[in-house]
Design a protein around this ligand. Structure first.
Ligand code: MN
Length: 733
């Protein structure tokens, strides 16, 4: 194998160029120190291709620089393998380059040590989350991505086994993480490189076909760039148009999803139109749709509704002059940076000459939130349903076989045992973490390998475990055990609790055991005998007050009217007491002062939705009709005496009907534009009517269902961007 000799001075020159191109303010003196440190530390170590090992860490640092990461990250990237592969200690790195850098290097090292095996998809998701949870600093993950990217670029020197396993890991773990962080550029390259090893035949099929069509497509790209740029210039819009071929893996996925050959996939080309301001995005969209026929259903507005990883753009697919469909993405420069570099773009904007040092933890909080929200939207399985609010509230541990378990933060070996199987939990007598015996109340840490010691002679869980266990799953399984195994104990305990509650509300036990009454009660409670009721109170499946309440109701229902009176009085007293304590009942999401369960009607004149200040009008026979406080009918008659105070309840109904009135310059395309925007916002439109007034204006009325005033306002704001709009209002004012 021929290699150019490694000359540190030359290598530094090249590296420095890359760093300064991306951040002219980089502190090259510190970076130089780290560079020299890495060269010295890896002295004598070689890569598979025979080159000095340090070329890898320099390349990873260059990728980190291209991603726009800060000085600390670039230094940490240079040093990312010194803890793992050399004698260098954490303390040395910390003393020379600061705790920040040492912490990042340490984080990358820990990730490197995690062993992977092929896992089911759910496990895989846990593993991705664990990696991110382990990386307390998001820069750790970004450097790990740079490291992986360079390793994938140089994978040809590895054994076929290693190529396969690393590529699979890249496809299953690292590319999805890059995507989640919005680092699309890195994600695309990782996917293409991994594809080369995972399906070399498919890969070649695509590259060969693309090669055959390369000239035609390059010509098409160039012409189209020019056509679009010229047209935009004519319209007075400053923009840059970039044409490109879609990345290989996205073509590959499409081939398989749609069962097509490469030659059958037409939209291989995509264009990006990048503009200076938000308003131009929509203007460009309008012009593109005038130039080319849009493919229906392909327009997506990720500007008003960004993707969970903060991606923003307008997407549309149109048909070009030769009948070739192509995608156009329209975005501002700022959106473009976020689209290419994701969370890393954060530094590209914000890092001044001094970089950023203070309050990193807080800065990363939004990233964690972002990760969180994305997981929620993708979540389908049961883990996620049970998931506690924050990303930080989870801990990820391994079984001795290498499966990953996700548990609530603070979870103990008890939770772990029950997450494997109730039989494991019920027979647990002890636990080991990373090979050492720990108390069963030990709080598990990310990455712990946990094994549970069981014994068939175990007496079962103890009641204390209910206080130690953190997960709902463990607690409910422990309760189940007590329910089954300790029935006598439960019955006795439940009977006492029931007796006390019956006494408290003044229900004589003799009424229950009355042979005329008992069958009714048992039927109502759906049990064989009262012991079943006591047992379920005893193990906590039902509260005593719930049981007593239902039984009392049943007795009242079956009593002869004459006998009822005493109990009835009691019931009335109880009801009154309850009414005073209980908050008012909302009807259709509205609370009417002093009135429960009255009929509510939303007035058509002003169509109020949650969030609007509202007032009620007492109608004859129709209950209360709800108006907005700025409704003309209320303002005209506010002193009329039939108005009543109403408020929105905390919980409102799903949808409310609202109206929007639009006035615009007279033009034909108005309805189309309105519909496009409403469609892009997934608005629930009931009707849309427009007519020309004959006085140079067009008016449109939209009836639609919204959740609240905020959603409505978003829609109105968006409609405001339509060309020629004069006025938008909600009517009734
Ligand atoms: Mn490395």
């Amino acid at each position: 194998m021929e290699m150019e000799a490694f000359v540190p001075e030359q290598a530094f020159e090249d590296f420095q160029k890359t760093v300064l191109e991306n951040n002219p303010h980089a502190n090259m003196e510190r970076i130089r120190q780290a560079f020299d440190f890495a060269v010295a530390a890896h002295e004598g170590q070689k890569r598979k291709d025979g080159s000095p090992y340090v070329t890898h860490t320099i390349a990873a640092a260059a990728i980190a620089a291209e991603m726009g990461l800060d000085d600390e990250s670039i230094i940490a990237a240079l040093l990312h393998d010194v803890l793992e592969d050399t004698d260098t200690t954490y303390e040395t790195v910390a003393a020379q380059f600061g705790e920040d850098v040492a912490g990042i290097v340490d984080g990358v090292t820990k990730l490197t040590r995690v062993q992977y095996s092929t896992l089911e998809e759910r496990q895989m998701e846990n593993l991705r989350k664990m990696l991110m949870a382990m990386a307390k600093d998001i820069r750790v993950i970004l450097i790990k991505l740079a490291d992986r990217l360079h390793n994938m670029r140089t994978m040809q020197y590895q054994t076929p086994e290693k190529q396969l396993s690393k590529s699979r890991e890249t496809m299953e773990i690292y590319a999805p993480i890059a995507h989640r962080l919005g680092v699309e550029k890195v994600k695309d390259e990782l996917e293409d490189l991994a594809l080369l090893y995972l399906d070399p035949v498919g890969y070649r099929e695509i590259t060969n076909t693309l090669e055959k069509r390369r000239l035609i497509m390059e010509q098409f790209l160039q012409e189209m760039e020019k056509t679009i740029e010229e047209r935009m210039a004519k319209e007075g819009i400053k923009c840059k148009v970039y044409g490109r071929l879609k990345h290989l893996y996205s073509i590959y996925r499409k081939m398989y999803a749609q069962h097509l050959g490469v030659e059958e996939i037409f939209d291989l080309c995509a264009f990006r139109v990048i503009v200076d301001g938000l308003a131009d995005c929509y203007n460009v969209l309008g012009i593109i749709h005038e130039m080319f026929r849009p493919v229906p259903g392909r327009f997506k507005d990720y500007i008003s509704t960004p993707k969970p990883n903060n991606y923003q753009s307008l997407h549309t697919t149109v048909i070009g002059t030769e009948g070739i469909p192509f995608e156009v993405q329209i975005r501002t420069w700022e959106m473009h940076m976020t689209a290419e570099y994701g969370v890393a773009a954060h530094w590209k904007y914000k890092s001044g000459p001094s970089g950023h040092k203070e309050g990193d933890e807080e800065k990363f909080a939004w990233i964690r939130r972002l990760l969180e929200s994305q997981q929620d939207s993708e979540a389908q399985d049961f883990y996620h349903d049970l998931k506690v609010d924050m990303f930080d509230d989870e801990v990820f541990v391994f079984t001795p076989k290498g499966d990953v378990k996700s548990l609530p933060a603070g979870a103990t070996p008890i939770d772990f045992a029950y997450s494997i199987h109730s039989a494991v939990g019920n027979r647990m007598v002890g636990a080991k973490v990373n090979g050492c015996i720990v108390p069963i109340s030990y709080p598990l840490q990310n990455g712990d390998i946990v094994s549970i010691t069981t014994s068939n002679s175990s007496a079962g869980p103890s009641r204390d475990w209910l206080n130690i266990a953190k997960s709902g799953e463990a607690r409910s399984k422990i309760k189940q055990w007590f329910k089954r195994e300790k029935r006598d104990e439960n019955i006795q305990q439940g009977r006492e609790m029931f007796g006390a509650e019956a006494k408290r509300v003044g229900l004589p036990m003799a009424d229950i055991t009355d042979p005329d009454m008992l069958p009714h009660i048992l039927k109502r409670m759906a049990v064989q005998d009262m012991d079943d009721v006591y047992a379920s109170i005893g193990y906590g499946g039902m509260t005593a007050s719930h049981a007593v309440g239902r039984i009392r109701d049943e007795i009242l229902r079956n009593r002869a009217p004459a006998k009822k009176t005493e109990l009835e009085k009691m019931q009335e007293r109880a009801d009154r007491r309850q009414q005073q304590q209980k908050p008012q009942k909302a009807v259709q999401g509205v609370l009417v002062e002093g009135l429960d369960n009255c009929l509510i009607k939303f007035s058509r004149c002003c169509a109020p939705v949650p969030g609007d200040p509202i007032v009620g009008f007492i109608t004859r026979g129709l209950g209360v009709s709800i108006h907005r406080r700025d409704c003309v009918n209320y303002r005209r008659d506010a002193d009329g005496g039939r108005w009543i105070k109403v408020t929105w309840a905390d919980e409102t109904s799903d949808y409310y009907t609202a109206e929007i009135h639009i006035t615009s310059d007279e033009r034909s395309g108005l309805v189309m534009d309105v519909a496009t925007i409403l469609n892009g916002l997934n608005a629930r439109v009931r009707s849309l009517n427009a007519r020309d007034t004959g006085k140079g204006t067009t008016v449109a009325a939209i009836t639609l269902d919204v959740k609240n005033a905020e959603e409505l306002q978003t829609i109105v704001n968006k409609l405001q961007t339509i060309r020629g709009i004069q006025d938008i209002n909600r009517g009734g004012i």
